[in-house]
Each structure stands twice: as C-alpha cells, then as structure tokens.
Write a protein that binds this ligand. Structure first.
Ligand code: RAM
Length: 888
C-alpha cells in the first residue's frame, strides 16, 4: 500500500475561492509520505465545469500525466474560463518510485464577473430628495423578490462606494467584515462573491447597510474626509441557476427602497453611534412594510475598475474576554482585555428605552492607572448605544474597529458583569503559518507581541498602527516587516493585493507615495526605504513562496521605482536629493527630531543599490537578459559610487552610526577587509552603548542579522536579550502585549513618550522575528530554488538559550527546526523536511565528527543524501522526512 498522500489543494493560494478574476489560476498541493526523500515524479490535474463528479463531458482541462516535480503554482491551461462558473479540480501525483496517490479530495473555485458587460446592475443610493445619502448616518437599502423552486446554485456579487453589509432573509450574508475592503479606489474596487444557495427561498428580501468607511469617512491626521468620493452607493447582482437549466438575475436598480437606519455615525477612527429605537425590525425579511421608505437614485460610477478579490477576507478570528474590571484612581470604570487587540467589543445590556451606554477604547493606562487617550490624537474610538428598552440588547459596531486593551464604560447598570462583554479580534484572515518558542519566556512574549502586531495591522492593508488617526498603508513599515510577516502567516495573497494598489498609485515618474492607498496627496511620496517597498515586497513574496507571477506583474513598477531614483539629482549613481524619513525614530536623533543621525543620502544610496540589485535579479528570473545585465551594471556602479562618496580609502564609513554600518554590511556594499573593519566598528558602537541599539526603523530590522553573519553572533544574542532600555525585551518587561512604535513608549518611571506620536501597536520593530526564525532556529531558504523548494537549516544553539523550536508551514508543508542543549553539553537537533523538497543541514559539531542521525551513522541513515564535514562543521544533504541528530 502506498503511503503517498496529496492534500491541501489551493487555487491562487486560497481554499475554494469565489469570485476569481485571475485569467489562469494556479494550483498548489501538498504531498505527504511516511517514507524518506520523497519527490514528486509526475502529476495530473483535472478540472471540470459545474460537475463535482468529473464526467468526461464536463472536463475543461485534463493535464494528462505530466512528468514534473512542480507542486506549487501550476497554471491552469484548459479551455477559456467563463464568468460566474464553478470549476471543480482534483490532483493525482506519483513519486519518483512510481507510487501514486488516489485522486485528491475535490476542491473548487468560482469565477467572478469578468468584464463590465457582465454587470447588469446599477450603482444605487437613496434618492437625495428624500434622504441625504451624504449624511453621516449609515443608510439601508432593500428589495424583495420571488424565485421559483428548484434552485441549483446562487451566486451573489456585491461591492460599494463606502462599506456595505448585506442581509438576506434576516441573516447576514457571509462572515466577512469591512467589505469591499480598502484598495486604491480610483483604480481598483474589489467585488465580493458569496454562495447564497442555502439562504434563498421562494419569497426573499435582501438588505444592505452602507457606511462611510475608507471611501467617504475621515482618514489621516489632517482631519480630511471624502478622500475618494462623497456619495455612498451599492452595486449588487444575484445570479440564480435552476435545476432545469434556466437562470434568473436580481440586480441593484431603481426598484430598490431606502431608509435611514439606527447607525447615526460610523467612522473607522471614531467609533459608532447607534440608536436601537430607530431599528426597522424585519427590514431584511420578506413582507416588511416599506411604504414609508424612500426611492433610490442611480449613481454613475465606472465598472471597469471592478476586480475580484485576491486576498483573504477580513473576519473575526478570535474572541477575548475581559480579564478584569478596574476602578481607576479617578473613578472610571474600565475593562482590561489583557491584550492590546484590534477589533470591537460586543456587549449585552438591559436598560430602559433611551438609556445611553458608552464604550471608549484606549491602549494603555497612565502612570497613575487612569484611562489615557492622549496618544490616539483625534481618533475618538468611542461607541455609544441607545437602548430600545424592555429586553436584553446585544450590540457590536459594524463599520468601525478600535485598537485597544482598555475599555472605559459609562452608563452601564452597576455592578458590571464582565461576562456580558467580549472583544472580537478582527483582521485579514490569513492562514497561520509559523511558530517560534524558546527557553526565554520574555522572548516568547515578544514573539506573541509580534504576532499580535501583525494581527492588528493586517486589515486588508498593512498599516502602521490601528488606533490613532492614521492607520495607513505606510510603505516603509510594510517593507521592514514583510519577511517576519511571512513566517507568522501566509501573506502572499495579502501582498499580492496590496502591491497592485501600490502599482496603481505609483506616480507616472515612478515615485511611490508614502502610504498605499495614497490618501496623503500628490506631494507625499518617495522617501528612501519607504518607496523601496515597491521592490522589496514583491521580491520577498517571490523568495518565500516561489511566486514568479508576482515578479512578472510588478516588474514594471519595480523598475520604475529604480528609474525614479536614477532620475533624481545630477549624479545618477547617488541619491542625495529630496525628502527622506531617514532612520526614522532612531535614538541617535537630535533633540526634538524624529530622524536618526545616519546621513540620509547614505541611507538613500544604500537602498538605491539594494533595490537595483533586486531588479537585476528579478530580470534574471524573468529571463530579461538585457535588462538583467543593464541593472547588474548599474548596481555595480552605484556600489562603486557609494564607496567613493561614503568610505575613506582606509575603510572607514562616513556615517558614524550603527545604522550606517548595518546598511553597508547588509546590502553588501563593502567587501573583504573593509567589511571586516565595518563589522568591528559596528560591534564597537554596540559595545559603547553597553550592548544597546541606537537604531530606528531602517537599521533595527537588520542589526542582529549583520552582527550574526559577520562574526558577532554572540553580541547579537546579548543585544537581543537585553532587558533594560532600549531593547525589545525592555518593552516586554514594561508589560507590552504588542510592539511599540518607540523604544521608550513607556519610560522606566512609567511616564510616556509625547502624545503626538506614540503608538503601542506598531509592528516595525517586530522585524526582529525574522532573526529568531532564520538565525536562532535557522530556517532559511535557497534563493535559487525559492519558496522552500530547497531548504537550508542552520540552527544556532549558540544563542544563550537552552532550547529553541520553530516551524513554518510552507507551500510544500511543515518545515520544523528544533534544538535543545543537555547538561552534558550535547545538542539534540530535530527537524522535519516536507515531501517534494530537499534540505541542506548545517551545524557545528566539535566532539563527534559524524553525529548520529536517527540513531544511525549519518551516511547510513534513511533520507541522508550526502555528508560533509570540515572545520567542525557538518553539512548534510537530506530529502524529506523527520530527523533527530545528537551532536556534541
Ligand atoms: C508615522 C507612521 C509610520 C512611519 C511614518 C514615517 O506617522 O506611523 O510608522 O512610517 O510616520
């Protein structure tokens, strides 16, 4: 009996996606086997149209048996795919020894509406003569409709200007939130597809609530609203297929009705105000009396910017209960959620009609233990609810999220029962991928804080923070964190989407706005290390997921960023003009400045070199030989110019800061003796600070990496495990449950860094997570076979820890790397290599030159392909399987 299995089918990274508009979707699957060194020898994919039984007549693609080891991103190559159609697919694979699997379980995807002509629906909004669609309040739209019996399938497509939520026959449609999500609305607007087959009857009613959201609401710290438009509108199309082959369609059009609803105010930053006395009971059920409802008007808005979703949806992904009800010194009643979280509170209250309860949200308590909102700046984060009375009422806001750990309650009947409150955690529902744990509990808490930072800030767009009047897609923050992000969760779909927004908002001259989607205006663009997100992010997704398509799609955007830099100033090899954020928040900044001491032109030129090298590599991957050579040469010349401008003939660097040295080393701008000298200087700078960092957003992510890879690993370890200010673990000791924007967000004496820029949920410094996975546990990839097709495992037990373990669920399956030290100095290293990959294992072994692998001599152990030992280093080449090595 074969032990080979195939499972985990994904279409465009997603499980059974709906509303797909990608022309040739790609399929991935995972192999598993009890045997060692299993590689795929061949695969076969079948795709059938609307038939889960795969009758030959329904097949639109049968790949036949393809001799190939490709098990990720296999592109559909069958008949043209049709709009609104459901396709089922299954896979069969063979290993190299011709063992085959059975057909996999059947998975499916559904195509969305593919062209503007596929839309029969009209954009609708309440008739302005009767109900002001521009008002602050959310409004309701509804429509009743009848259907025949015998429905086979029903697909609902919807999007909006503003945020929408749908109800069908009294129940919410789907479980996604904040639809249609946030994109570069002038160029791209996402359409959600829902399978509503089971929700339909013969008489039906559909209802939509529309709120301001990112489209019309307040965004940014300058108090601006209506950045994309002033009129909310709905576009909806429901397609029903009957068993007898006939079809029917319901669309948003002039026949719908509109009314004001109970949500009087809803804003992303400010919260929601709800008056339950204004509810329309039964409004989304058939038979509701809508005679007092207003008519609707159609709105003209293009349909050629409609796109299917490529990322996961935003959902509630967890629930937290309050850990305490506090009475603060100034007499406030405050819930402590025990975790700085992002989402919303659900509560139950029983009070007379007209009674008002208020929930205000904040991240921290001040030094005295009082509720503190100073760092939220203008964001109100306040939910008010007016009771209808007479019953237990349960409420949670729909179109606003808060970043908070503490909730101040007002108007609630005493005594407060914490059981009546629950915090719903909300973010893009990415697939969890990673795990890290070690013998230092403070580091474990840091890892948890990093993950919470990612959860709180990956809400359709990678944001800087989730609480104050900002919450924007800051490019620099995303760029520094992306590699860490890719360890904690599967982030390819999330970045595929956001990078399309980046490309859409990129300026004609190649400049990249500071935030994507761009809401800061025409002049806010193109700082070094921020704009480089255009290059670093697609490249990172390529590395971590072997996704060549993202490079194809982003290539022009990547190139034009580099060309933008090249066109600045009068020396095409240096970047010494324009505005830059520098080493943002570096501790070596001058008094009252946010910009660290590292020369901005050094940072800008270093990133210019780095991005150019990545564009050159991308050109190689894509087979653009001429451009590969051209950008390769440009890169060489920038590196030479960097040396002329910033390095003395004897090998000293112009910027006497940690970050200057970090960048020169990280981006390979120096070689040989100069490299050694800069590394030694960097180490001495760190020592001078009694093993502390002075770096900001730009230097911090790489600091430990360059120390570890240039002979100062022990120093990196010491630095990372420092517990006093400034350090990662200082924040943990101060009670952080997320990553702070400032190293001194809360000072030793409990006072705060100034109100005006002090987020307690800013993932940038969480970029150290990457070093924990890659250096401490040693899970590395090989750029030549990206996506972990070939894995490099180089565990680092020399980390001041007694054990560390990490796992990463790659596209091929779980990669695991765990080491522990015993009292006698022996090290047990156990690891797992998923099927259809190979791995190179590197570790030092001073005692036994050839350690035991799974209890046998290395060269005789199952799965081991080769053994090499030199200079107390052991290198094993292995195939898939689970291994344990004991070494001295
Ligand atoms: C702040 C943001 C962000 C940073 C920029 C430069 O306002 O919070 O983190 O990238 O400034």
């Amino acid at each position: 009996m074969s032990t080979l299995h195939v499972a985990g089918l994904r279409c465009e990274y997603l499980q059974n996606p709906l509303g797909v508009t990608v022309k040739a979707p790609r399929f991935s699957w995972k192999l598993s086997s009890d045997l060692f060194h299993v590689l795929q020898g061949a695969y076969r994919i079948q795709v059938s149209k609307e038939d889960a039984g795969f009758a030959p007549s329904s097949l639109v693609w049968d790949s036949g048996v393809v001799a190939s080891d490709q098990s990720v991103h296999v592109e559909y190559a069958g008949e043209p795919l049709e709009a609104m159609t459901r396709y089922y697919y299954r896979v069969q694979v063979w290993d190299r020894s011709h063992h085959s699997t059975d057909w996999s379980e059947v998975a499916h995807w559904e195509m969305g509406l593919l062209t503007p002509e596929d839309w029969q629906a009209e954009w609708i909004t309440p008739d302005p003569a009767v109900l002001d669609p521009k008002s602050e309040a959310a409004f309701l739209l509804r429509k009743e409709f009848a259907l025949q019996p015998g429905i086979r399938r029903a697909a609902l497509f919807a999007t909006s200007l503003g945020l929408y939520e749908l109800q069908l026959n009294g129940a919410k449609v789907g479980d996604s939130l904040f639809t249609p999500g946030w994109t570069s609305y002038r160029h791209r607007l996402q359409v959600q597809a829902y399978d509503v087959t089971d929700q339909l009857k013969e008489t039906n009613a559909i209802g939509a609530t529309l709120a301001n959201g990112w489209y019309k609401g307040n965004l940014g710290w300058q108090g601006k609203s209506e950045l994309f438009g002033d009129t909310r509108a709905l576009l909806l199309q429901l397609q029903v297929w009957y068993e007898d082959g006939s079809q029917e369609m319901l669309v948003s059009d002039a026949s719908w009705r509109a009314a004001a609803g109970p949500i009087l105010m809803s804003e992303l930053y400010h919260g929601e105000s709800y008056d339950a006395r204004l509810e329309h009971p039964g409004w989304s059920l058939p038979g509701f009396d809508e005679t007092r409802w207003a008519s609707v008007a159609s709105v003209s808005h293009p349909k050629d910017l409609l796109v299917g979703e490529q990322s996961e949806r935003i959902r509630v992904t967890g629930q937290l209960k309050p850990v305490a009800v506090l009475r603060t010194p100034s007499g406030e009643t405050v819930l402590d959620m025990g975790q700085n979280m992002v989402g919303r509170m659900r509560f139950t209250v029983e009070a007379p009609a007209g009674a008002k309860v208020t929930l205000q949200h904040a991240e921290v308590l001040d030094k005295e233990g009082n509720f503190y909102t100073g760092n939220l700046r203008s964001a109100k984060q306040t939910v008010t609810y007016v009771c209808k009375g007479g019953v237990e009422e349960t409420y949670e806001p729909t179109f606003s999220f808060q970043g908070f750990r503490y909730v101040k309650l007002e108007g609630f009947p005493e005594p407060i029962d914490p059981e009546r409150f629950v915090g719903s955690v909300i973010h893009t529902d990415m697939e969890p991928a990673g795990f890290f744990e070690c013998s230092n509990e403070l580091i474990n808490k840091l890892q948890s804080n990093i993950v919470w930072g990612q959860r709180g800030n990956f809400l359709d767009v990678p944001t800087d923070c989730p609480q104050r009047d900002e919450r924007l897609g800051w490019t620099g923050d995303a760029q520094v964190f992306i590699r860490t992000a890719a360890f904690n969760y599967g982030v390819a779909p999330f970045f595929t989407k956001w990078l399309k927004d980046l490309m859409a908002d990129q300026r004609p001259d190649g400049g990249v706005p500071f935030v994507i989607p761009n809401v800061l205006g025409e002049t806010s663009h193109s700082s070094a290390a921020w704009g480089d997100a255009a290059v670093i992010c697609p490249w990172t997704i390529y590395l971590c997921y072997g996704d060549r398509r993202i490079l194809e799609e982003q290539y022009d955007s990547m190139k034009s960023w580099v060309e933008y830099i090249r066109s600045q100033g009068d020396n095409e090899l240096l970047w010494n003009t324009g505005f830059h954020f520098g080493d943002w928040l570096g501790l070596d900044a001058k008094e009252n400045s946010y910009i660290g001491a590292t020369p901005k032109d050094l940072i800008a030129t270093a990133f210019y070199a780095y991005s150019t090298s990545l564009v050159a590599k991308t050109a190689v991957v894509l087979g653009h030989e001429q451009e590969a050579e051209q950008y390769g040469k440009l890169h060489e010349r920038i590196v030479e110019e960097f040396a002329r401008e910033f390095i003395t003939p004897n090998g000293r660097l112009a910027g006497h800061t940690q970050t200057s040295h970090v960048l020169a080393l990280m981006f390979d701008l120096v070689q040989g003796e100069t490299k050694a000298r800069l590394a030694a200087t960097l180490a001495s700078y760190v020592e001078e600070q009694k093993v502390h960092l002075t770096t900001g957003f730009v230097g911090t992510p790489y600091l430990c990496h360059v120390l570890s890879s240039n002979g100062y690993h022990e120093l990196a370890v010491k630095l990372m495990q420092q517990e006093d200010y400034p350090s990662w673990l200082y924040t943990v000791r101060q009670g952080a449950t997320t990553i702070w924007e400032h190293w001194d967000g809360i000072k030793e004496d409990g006072s705060f860094w100034s109100d005006n820029m002090n987020s307690y949920n800013h993932y940038a410094y969480g970029a150290i997570g990457d070093w924990l996975y890659r250096v401490v546990c040693g899970i590395e990839l090989d750029e030549r076979l990206p996506g972990y097709k070939r894995i490099v495992l180089q565990p680092n037990p020399n980390s001041g820890l007694t054990y560390a373990r990490a796992a990463l669920d790659s596209l091929y399956g779980v990669i695991r790397s765990e080491w522990s030290k015993a009292g006698d100095g022996s090290i047990t290293y156990s690891f797992e290599v998923p099927a259809n990959t190979t791995a190179l294992i590197r570790f030092s072994s001073t005692g036994t030159p050839t350690p035991l692998v799974n209890g046998r001599s290395a060269s005789a152990a199952d799965g081991v392909l080769s053994v090499n030992t030199f200079n107390n280093q052991v290198e094993l080449e292995v195939g898939s399987g689970r291994y344990t090595i004991i070494a001295k």
